[in-house]
Design a protein around this ligand. Structure first.
Ligand code: ZN
Length: 193
């Protein structure tokens, strides 16, 4: 793996000058059109798989691309959603799951998480995802099924956020569910997201 400071140096020498005009524009402009909610997994890079430029995606990444249902109180995910929808007026929100997700694998295969209490607690936001998944037990098929159902369940959670509910009522925002397949690069769009 390349050293991070080598990467920064390469960015400043090669990448930044090539996009200098864009960065000058972005210095005072923040108008992303899409809120992209993906997994923290290092292999799922939103800007890469959508070929987006800086300034185009407002990104939230959480373990398992989970979006807790709205509850009053300080919450980083909820605050970022509200900012994207109510202030930046994004036109679409994508919730993107992915193949071989560690969080979904732990749930589908019933891993022992007693030594990881924070993860165990966080993954309760996928209880409805598990409840709606017909395929159970260990194995790739069960993980894939849970990944899909989890995207659908998180879209439902997203709609409980007042800013999102308001935008949906005005038909000002579209919700989309995706599953990204790491080995092939395919992106499947879920129906009736
Ligand atoms: Zn994941």
């Amino acid at each position: 793996m390349q050293d991070l400071s080598t990467g920064v140096a390469r960015f400043q020498q090669d990448v930044f000058p090539a996009k200098a005009e864009l960065f000058a524009h972005l210095a005072a402009t923040h108008r992303p059109t899409t809120l992209f909610i993906g997994c923290s997994d290092a292999r799922v890079v939103p800007e890469l798989i959508t070929q987006s430029e800086p300034g185009e995606l407002f990104v939230i990444r959480t373990a398992g691309n989970l979006v807790p249902a709205y509850a009053p109180g300080p919450d980083g995910v909820a605050a970022s959603i509200e900012y994207a929808v109510a202030v930046l007026n994004v036109a679409e929100i994508v919730v993107c799951g992915h193949s071989a997700c560690g969080a979904m694998t732990a749930l589908a295969e019933g891993h022992d998480l007693t030594a990881l209490p924070t993860i165990a607690g966080w993954l309760h936001h996928a209880d409805a995802s598990r409840a709606r998944t017909a395929v159970t037990g260990p194995g790739e098929e069960a993980v894939a099924a849970l990944v899909r159902e989890n995207v659908a369940a998180q879209l439902a959670n997203l709609a409980t956020h007042p800013s999102v509910a308001r935008a949906l009522a005005r038909h000002a925002v579209t919700l989309r569910g995706w599953v990204y397949d790491i080995p092939t690069g395919a992106v499947a769009e879920l129906d009736a997201a």
